[in-house]
Design a protein around this ligand. Structure first.
Ligand code: ATP
Ligand code: FE2
Length: 345
């Protein structure tokens, strides 16, 4: 989408196959240009211990790519020759992981002699949220393991109204959970483990609350929460509860201010942390106060997935945007506000 060429006529029929590989998930989704999602296959790399090791995750992606791809095509009941264009996550994300997905996408597009569309991963999170909820022009809170930002469409692009100055919300919860010795039980994300414990918290502990202008900082809160646990004066449930209340209030505060400033009528919550019921309820309350509609992306489309890349790719392609293979290098820090979204005009 960034260095895109506008060469193709606007197409309104076809299928876009999207490849997602920014972090721990390798996903392939296929969508029809009218927005119907035919399939959304994913295989996740689960580290034996600790956080994601980029090269290990990339190796996982290379190993599972062919089976995920075949599964997606079979489920969609399509042959490779039926696909109109190939979209892939061009960034932001982890270098080795992005490169593996890009290689798969380039090989497919070249072999099938069809166009390639490089997609901004953050835009894909927003667009799949709009598609699945019916939101049209929302203020979006995108909160995941690697990103925390509040965006809204204004003069050609999704502008960033506020964001984290250090770690992402999901990462904050994950690091705390690992520090507390929690494990990914039965594939349950660490953030969900914190959420369950927080429900049993009774005491509100005062922790750092850092909102600077429209941005926020979570590292001080994380350090203080870990120190509280170490001290042992409060239960793990109390610390989980207090950590969530502080962190979610911060993101809710900047979301509310973006809503008031832009005067949009919708809030959209997306990214892996969108699954959290407490965060949902805070944003819902804000939406109500401003007479706005609250939307939350269904979970399988909130976490990283190929369908969202396919859909963002289809939107771009229908505007005539393609990415020549020789310009399809990945962009590790590709910001959402560097990309025009002509389908919003
Ligand atoms: P991105 O590349 O967009 O940054 P990601 O690789 O972090 O994405 P996601 O699946 O979007 O992947 O988000 C994962 C994050 O969501 C993890 O930090 C996880 O702990 C968090 N998460 C999942 N479920 C919950 C929940 N119920 N409550 C809080 N956090 C959750
Ligand atoms: Fe993501």
């Amino acid at each position: 989408m960034g260095n895109a060429q506008k060469t193709l006529p606007i197409a309104d029929k076809g299928y876009c196959l999207g490849v997602e590989s920014t972090a721990d998930d390798f996903g392939v989704g296929i969508v029809k240009f009218d927005g119907e999602i035919l399939t959304n296959s994913v295989d996740s790399y689960i580290p034996v211990e600790g956080g994601i090791h980029p090269r290990e995750a990339a190796r996982h992606h290379a190993e599972v790519a062919d089976s995920v791809l075949c599964e997606a095509l079979t489920e969609a009941k399509l042959k490779p020759k039926d696909i109109t264009c190939i979209a892939f996550s061009m960034g932001p994300g982890l270098g080795p992981c992005l490169r593996t997905g890009a290689t798969v996408a380039r090989a497919l597009a070249t072999y099938l002699q069809i166009p390639l569309v490089g997609v901004n991963h953050s835009i894909a999170h927003i667009e799949i949220g709009k598609l699945k909820t019916g939101a049209v022009d929302p203020v979006t809170l995108y909160a995941s393991g690697g990103n925390t930002m509040v965006t809204a469409f204004e003069s050609k692009r999704y502008r960033v109204f506020g964001e984290t100055l250090d770690i992402a919300l999901g990462n904050c919860l994950d690091v705390f959970a690992r520090h507390a010795g929690l494990k990914n039980k039965r594939g349950l994300p660490l953030g969900a483990a914190v959420e369950q414990l927080a429900l049993k918290g009774k005491n509100f502990i005062s922790l750092p609350y850092v909102v600077k202008g429209m941005d926020l900082s979570l590292s001080g809160l994380l350090t203080a929460a870990m120190a509280q646990l170490q001290k042992g004066s409060y239960s793990l449930e109390d610390v989980c509860y207090s950590l969530q209340e502080h962190a979610f209030s911060m993101v809710a505060e900047i979301t509310e201010r973006a809503l008031a400033h832009t005067e949009k009528r919708e809030i959209l919550l997306t990214g892996g942390v969108a699954a959290n019921k407490r965060l949902q309820s805070m944003l819902e309350a804000i939406a109500q106060e401003h007479e706005a509609v609250f939307n939350v992306v269904p979970q399988r489309f909130a976490t990283d997935n190929g369908a969202m890349i396919a859909w963002a790719g289809a939107l771009a392609y229908m505007q005539g945007i393609v990415t020549p293979v020789e310009e399809s290098y990945v962009k590790l820090r590709w910001r959402v506000d560097r990309v025009d979204v002509p389908w919003m005009n």
